[in-house]
Design a protein around this ligand. Structure first.
Ligand code: TPP
Ligand code: SF4
Ligand code: MG
Length: 273
């Protein structure tokens, strides 16, 4: 019988520990599909971080290193510089990449380290039971902000793709999501491109995936997807913020749909929400 669907080879047989409705699992699959399709499994080295995806070292069928507390880009830098033929990626959440690891992220990006970064923005530190993250939305209730994020006290969320797109070392900064089939397909293309950029020596490529955390958002998986669409996407517009391979490099709208158009409109309005 013809095989029409199977698990990517770059995933092990270990069952995921993620909660029902968590998008970490979908993104793992997309990363593994990209590794399979590019034929780089023997050269791929992943760097797991801290957060719910810490066990990703059990799930990817390639060499894996764990570098907790935001140090993944520094460790990935060392691996890539020592063994430039390897295809090196980090897999990091927002607490890891944009809070405790902001420094490593910004400096790896501005140095143009030739690595691929998969960034899961679920607006929360999931692993530790729902702390506020630098991406938690204004008013969003978390375990450490029971009255909702008050921007007068906690400041505003960080939009990482927008910020990193200003750095010359960045080859690709793209924000995607996986809430429906169309978006999953776009996310897959972006992730594959982030790996292709590395193979072509173009520098730091980051794909931010706007993600769900139904457990710490206190919602069913279905309600979490609705909440993502109604709250996360307006604040974190999907789109290509930088693409060195495109004609119109800065904040190009190449290849994306209406979200990018609304993002363009937002930028033209001066970036208000
Ligand atoms: C203030 C603070 N510094 C460091 C830590 C250690 N720590 C535990 S989990 C984590 C990151 C987890 O969040 P995230 O990267 O968003 O992954 P998620 O769990 O959402 O998948 C960090 C930095 C902590 N919990 N709180
Ligand atoms: S706590 Fe949130 S991020 Fe962690 S596995 Fe569960 S749904 Fe996913
Ligand atoms: Mg998180």
């Amino acid at each position: 019988m013809a095989i029409v669907f199977e698990k990517p080879h770059a995933l092990t047989d270990v069952p995921f520990h993620y909660c029902p409705g968590c998008t970490h699992g979908i993104v793992h699959r997309l990363v593994a599909e990209a590794i399979d399709e590019l034929g780089v499994e023997g050269k791929a080295v992943g760097v797991a971080s801290v957060g719910c995806s810490v066990f990703s070292y059990n799930y990817f069928n390639c060499d894996m290193v764990q570098a907790p507390h935001g140090r993944a880009p520094a460790v990935a830098t060392g691996i890539k510089r020592a063994q430039p033929d390897n295809v090196v990626f980090t897999y990091q959440g927002d607490g890891d990449l944009a809070a405790i690891g902001t420094c490593e992220t910004v400096h790896a990006a501005t140095r143009g380290e030739n690595i691929t970064v998969i960034f899961i923005n679920n607006a929360i530190y999931g692993m530790t039971g729902g702390q506020m993250a630098p991406t938690s939305l204004p008013g969003q209730v978390t375990q450490t902000t029971p009255y909702g994020r008050d921007v007068k006290i906690a400041g505003y969320p960080i939009r990482m793709c927008e910020m990193l797109s200003t750095l010359d070392g960045v080859a690709l900064a793209q924000r995607v999501t996986v809430d429906n089939v169309k978006h999953v397909n776009e996310a897959k293309k972006a992730i594959k491109k982030a790996f292709e950029n590395q193979i072509n020596g173009l520098g730091y490529s980051i794909v931010e995936v706007v993600s769900t955390c139904p457990t710490n958002w206190g919602m069913s998986p279905k309600d979490a997807v609705d909440w993502l669409e109604n709250n996360m996407l307006p604040y974190y517009p999907l789109g290509v913020y930088k693409d060195k391979t495109a004609q119109n490099t800065l904040r190009s709208s190449d290849g994306l749909g209406e979200e990018t158009q609304s993002n363009k409109n937002r930028l033209q309005r001066g970036g208000e929400n």
